[in-house]
Design a protein around this ligand. Sequence first.
Ligand SMILES: [Zn+2]
Length: 403
Amino acid sequence: MLPPGSTFKVLCDALPPLHFVTATLPKETQTNPILANMQWIWKRISIKLKFNLHLNLSAYIWLNPKLKIDKKPFLWKEWVEKGITLLGDLYEDVTVKSFTELKQQYGLSQHQIWSYFQIRHLLTQTFGSASITPPSSDVLSKVIKVFGTGHEASKYYRLLLKNFISNTSGLKSAWETDINLTFTDEEWENISKNCRKMSGELRTRLVQFKIINRVYWSPLKLHRAKLRDSPNCWRYGGNVGTLLHMLWSCLATQIFWFNIYDNIKLILESDFPFCPSLFVLGDPLPLKDVPSAQAEWVQSALMLGRKLIVKEWKATSLPSVRVWFSQLGIVAVSASEPMFFILFIYFYYIYIYLFFYFIFFTFFKLFLFVCLLLLQCVGVFRGWGCVCVWVSEKEKKDGLLHL
Ligand SMILES: [Zn+2]
């Protein structure tokens, strides 16, 4: 319950309940489970969607913990009653409104001029100048628009997912700074999408996802979290162990990648760029001149290299290129030799399904079986195509490789 006569009582009368998502709650209302949860959820959304909860044009002015006069959040009853609630209400185009404008628009009395100077000074201090407007955030207006229209939960999920996917700009700029390259939005989207195409195996895709999302703990990150004394690389101690250093620029990693690069070039009989955007991020752009089947194979071969690096993440040395080559062979052979066995299993499936089909006579089961069979055939023939490219290239080059 809100204490009667408190500033909150005034707020409840004058403002919509949504005001409470950003207000500083007094002690007696902090334990209210509905209000506390509302604030917690709103805070999580602002982190996910990367907007400043308290300092944007749609944020409420009153009892805002980031707007303080005499070191306290404040509430002016007359301003609230006249309908001034949001930071955006105080701005016109790109500057703070004049007192005359506010007086005309909201009908403020003349003696509010001192309060006006106080808030103008506060806004100048907070944003650096009276002509710098707070950033806009339309998340709240989108939420209000959805409210009461039905199927709200799915609409909120869609809103969060949409904004979450488009909000990888921080990740993009982190990689751009590391690699010293600039990606267009389209190129970055191709890199993100390629993560899903990299392999049919879920574990391999997860490795690529973790690399792009910078999940792996580098020596520098461990040092910053006070989990390691030195920020230096654990392979060759001299250099700072950033994520890019561990995945690309470390001397041990460079030797490993260069051996792989040499072998791939020998097999392909063509050159392609030796660059971190391809070797670390799997960017398809450097392979634009390579035929698509071969480019797909190069990506799988490089993905295997990345998998081996992260497998030996904390080791003082990396596996030799022989390990990479033998694993590449295992992948190809294990996919090719059991082909007859796989076909046998399919015929066995057909027999079992037809048996049940004639017993129960359900068309639905037959339909499900045909769909399943088609899906599995697509998977096998896709894998088979990739293996054929590799095996034929391998046979062609056998004897030329000096590992
Ligand atoms: Zn190193």
